[in-house]
Design a binder for this molecule. Structure first.
Ligand code: ATP
Length: 279
C-alpha cells in the first residue's frame, strides 16, 4: 500500500544537511528598482538526496542554484555546503546547465577528461576514470567523436559524464533535459537515476516538467514567484528503481497531481497556503 505523502513547509531534510540554505534573500537592483528574486528561502538537503525544484518562470529557481554553485551571493542569509559557507565555485559541486557547454574541438573522452587534466591527474588514471563515466552514461562507442557528431541527448550525457568524472559530491542541474524531445528526456531520466544509484550524489535538479520532478526525486520543492519563495515541499515515496511501471502507477499519478495542484493553485490566485495533501 502506498504511504502518506508527507508535506512540510520548512523543506527540512530528516538527516544532517549536506546543503543548508538558511533564510536566504536575494535582491537584484535594476536602475532604481529593487527586485526580490528570493525571499527568506530555507532548505536543507541531506547527503545523497535527490531534490527537484519546480515553479513558474521567474520564481528564483536558477538564482537558488547559482547561489549554491557559488556564482551568485545571497543578499542576506546563508548557504552552507558540508557546514561551510559557499565562497565560490568548487570541485565539490558539479554544475550542469540546459546548454551542454562542451568543448566542440575535443572528443567526448577529452571533454570528460578535461576537468581531471586541470586537477593534475596523471594521464593513464584520467583516461581510465573518463572511460568509466563514459560507460556509465552509455557513450563508450562514441568516446572518440566530436560533440557535433552527437545528438542533443548524447551531448547532455557527455556533460553529465564530465560532471561526474571530477567526483563532485553534489550535482546542481538547471533544466538539463529542457532542450530535449520527450523520448530522449525519459531515457536520460532513467540513465541519470541509474548513475545516481551506482555513484551516489546529492542532487538539486531544476525542471519545468512536473512528471520529471516526481519521477526523479526523493523530494519536490515547489517555488512561487513575486517574491521567489518555497511554497510547498512534497516527499516522494515511490520505490527504486524507478521503472516505467513506476511511472505508470497510480501512486505516481497521485503525486504528480499533488505537485501539479500546488504549482497551479498558486499561479491561479489561490491563497498563499499550499493545497491540502491529495490523499
Ligand atoms: N543578474 C540578474 N539581474 C537582475 N535580475 C535578475 C538577475 N538574475 C535573475 N534576475 C531576476 O530574478 C528573478 C528570478 O530569476 P531566475 O532565473 O532565478 O528564475 P527561474 O525560476 O529560474 O526562471 P526560469 O524558470 O524562467 O528559468 C527573475 O525575475 C529574473 O529576472
Amino acid at each position: 500500500m502506498a504511504g502518506a505523502i508527507v508535506s512540510t513547509r520548512t523543506g527540512q531534510a530528516p538527516e544532517p544537511a549536506k546543503i543548508a540554505v538558511s533564510h536566504v534573500t536575494k535582491t537584484f537592483t535594476l536602475g532604481r528598482d529593487r527586485f526580490v528574486a528570493l525571499d527568506d528561502v530555507s532548505l536543507d538537503i541531506a547527503d545523497n538526496e535527490f531534490v527537484t525544484v519546480v515553479g513558474p518562470s521567474g520564481c528564483g529557481k536558477s538564482t537558488l542554484l547559482n547561489i549554491l554553485a557559488g556564482l551568485e551571493e545571497p543578499t542576506a542569509g546563508s548557504a552552507l555546503v558540508d557546514g561551510a559557507p559557499v565562497a565560490g565555485p568548487g570541485p565539490d559541486r558539479g554544475v550542469i546547465f540546459q546548454q551542454y557547454a562542451l568543448f566542440p574541438w575535443l572528443s567526448v573522452r577529452k571533454n570528460v577528461e578535461f576537468g581531471l587534466k586541470i586537477a593534475g591527474m596523471p594521464r593513464a588514471r584520467r583516461r581510465e576514470r573518463a572511460d568509466h563515466f563514459i560507460d556509465v552514461v552509455g557513450l563508450t562507442e562514441f568516446a572518440d567523436v566530436l560533440p557535433k557528431a552527437l545528438s542533443g541527448g548524447m551531448r547532455q550525457r557527455c556533460a553529465i559524464a564530465r560532471a561526474y568524472a571530477v567526483n563532485p559530491s553534489i550535482l546542481l542541474m538547471d533544466e538539463p533535459f529542457g532542450a530535449l524531445d520527450a523520448l530522449s528526456r525519459v531515457k536520460l531520466q532513467g540513465q541519470l537515476l541509474e548513475a545516481w544509484g551506482r555513484e551516489r550524489r546529492t542532487v538539486l535538479f531544476i525542471t519545468h516538467d512536473v512528471d520529471e520532478a516526481v519521477f526523479l526525486a526523493n523530494r519536490v520543492i515547489v517555488m512561487a514567484a513575486r517574491p521567489g519563495r518555497i511554497f510547498d515541499v512534497i516527499d516522494v515515496d515511490l520505490p527504486h528503481p524507478r521503472t516505467e511501471q513506476v511511472r505508470l502507477s497510480p501512486r505516481f499519478t497521485a503525486l504528480r497531481n499533488r505537485v501539479w495542484n500546488s504549482v497551479y493553485h498558486h499561479e491561479h490566485g489561490g491563497d498563499p497556503t499550499p493545497p491540502p495533501t491529495a490523499d
